[in-house]
Design a protein around this ligand. Structure first.
Ligand code: NAD
Length: 357
């Protein structure tokens, strides 16, 4: 029996997670899956219940689980807390680092039915299907020494350290090669090897791994060119792998190619493919409680969980197909609505996916 920890979180989190759980129940029944779920608290909800964004009780549950499904955390209610170590976002960082979730997988998929939602021309983005693999626990965001210091001339200087070790590069590289193997067989490694030593090493390690994955075609691209290519001809990419900072920027850019933040799931995996799955959007306090949030990103996160942590590709495919089917039925939540479509609520969208399954 596989154990899933469910963390609805804050804002629209509980609303969208409720729909995702209905979909999970349906695939459990349809594919006879041995999965049990348990609920816990994270973020603002955890501060309210336990006085900490990632309390001990949740830590125990997270360590024991095979996978974690998260809604979203944060909201204005907790923004005023002065001690920044007990802000909701610290819960997220806490769970990622405790579980060593170093590999962040962010697909940017544009369903042809939603091609009008992108700010790019439909012919450039229609059918887009990219996976960005971002290193999540290293690089310049974590490198030391870091801080502020005073220079001899009295001016203040801020400084950070960009570093990657061979084992860190190798494990994210393997994660990306494995993902490319399961998809279109193309991997583009993004670096700045013309300027940064850490990424010269990055490129060397990727090249060293390549012969172990003969079914994957590896290429390299500088990050500035990658940014340009993402908005010029994004369909040239299958899987992209890059460090923490470049990945942060490129994955948001890729997400926006699709124009619909409510549609995109993500996974953060450890070295054994235990993972946390969540929509890429936040807790959307502006629409919380109105029953209008789009649950599809969270539902698609369940599909990723089945594929990557639970090895149930058939069930994952079925969910993704059901999502495409409800879009074919012209059902749209408010965020992806356009004229002539049928506007539905959060729970109606969830029910439609269950029905399509
Ligand atoms: P956001 O993603 O919550 O919202 C941005 C905009 O997109 C809003 O207008 C919102 O209504 C809309 N939106 C987001 N998800 C939607 C959905 N499923 N359906 C329809 N519309 C949707 O980003 P924000 O407003 O910058 O942040 C709000 C809160 O979320 C903050 O407290 C922030 O810290 C937190 N946050 C959490 C996470 C996370 O939990 N992983 C990520 C980002 C932001």
């Amino acid at each position: 029996m596989k154990k899933i920890l469910v963390l609805p979180g804050d804002g629209i989190g509980p609303e969208i997670v409720a729909e995702a759980l209905k979909v999970l129940d349906k695939v459990k029944e349809k594919f006879n899956l041995a999965i049990e779920t348990e609920e816990g608290v994270l973020g603002g909800a955890a501060i309210d219940a336990e006085g900490h964004p990632y309390p001990e009780v949740t830590q125990k549950q997270a360590l024991a689980a095979d996978a974690i499904l998260l809604g979203a955390v944060g909201g204005p209610k907790w923004d005023k807390i002065e001690d920044i170590t007990i802000r909701p976002e610290k819960g997220l960082l806490g769970i990622r680092s405790q579980l060593e979730l170093f590999s962040n997988l962010r697909p940017a998929i544009l369903y042809p039915q939603l091609a009008d939602a992108s700010s790019l021309k439909p012919e450039i983005v229609s059918g887009l299907d990219i996976l960005i693999v971002r290193e999540l626990t290293g690089g310049i965001y974590f490198g030391t020494p870091r801080g502020f210091r005073e220079l001899e001339n009295g001016a203040k200087e801020g400084f950070n350290t960009y570093k990657y070790s061979e084992p860190e590069i190798e494990r994210i590289g393997r994660s990306a090669f494995e993902a490319a193997k399961k998809r279109g067989g193309k991997l583009c490694s993004v670096d700045k090897a013309n300027v940064l030593e850490a990424t010269i090493l990055w490129r060397e390690v990727m090249d060293r791994l390549a012969p172990e994955y003969p079914e994957v075609e590896l290429s390299h691209m500088y990050v500035d060119n990658a940014a340009m290519q993402l908005v010029r001809a994004p369909k040239q990419f299958d899987v992209m792998v890059t460090g923490n900072m470049f990945g942060d920027i490129l994955s948001d850019c890729a997400a926006m190619l699709t124009g619909s933040i409510g549609m995109l799931p993500s996974a953060s995996l450890d070295k054994n493919n235990k993972g946390m799955y969540e929509p890429i959007h936040g807790s959307a306090p502006d629409i919380a409680g109105q029953g209008i949030a789009n649950p599809l990103a969270t539902i698609l996160s369940v599909a990723m969980m089945l594929r990557y942590s639970l090895d149930e590709a058939e069930a994952a495919n079925a969910i993704e197909k059901a999502v495409s089917d409800v879009l074919d039925q012209n059902l749209r939540t408010a965020d992806i609505y356009s004229e002539g479509m049928k506007k539905v609520s959060t729970s109606e969208m969830g029910a439609a996916v269950v029905a399509a399954l």
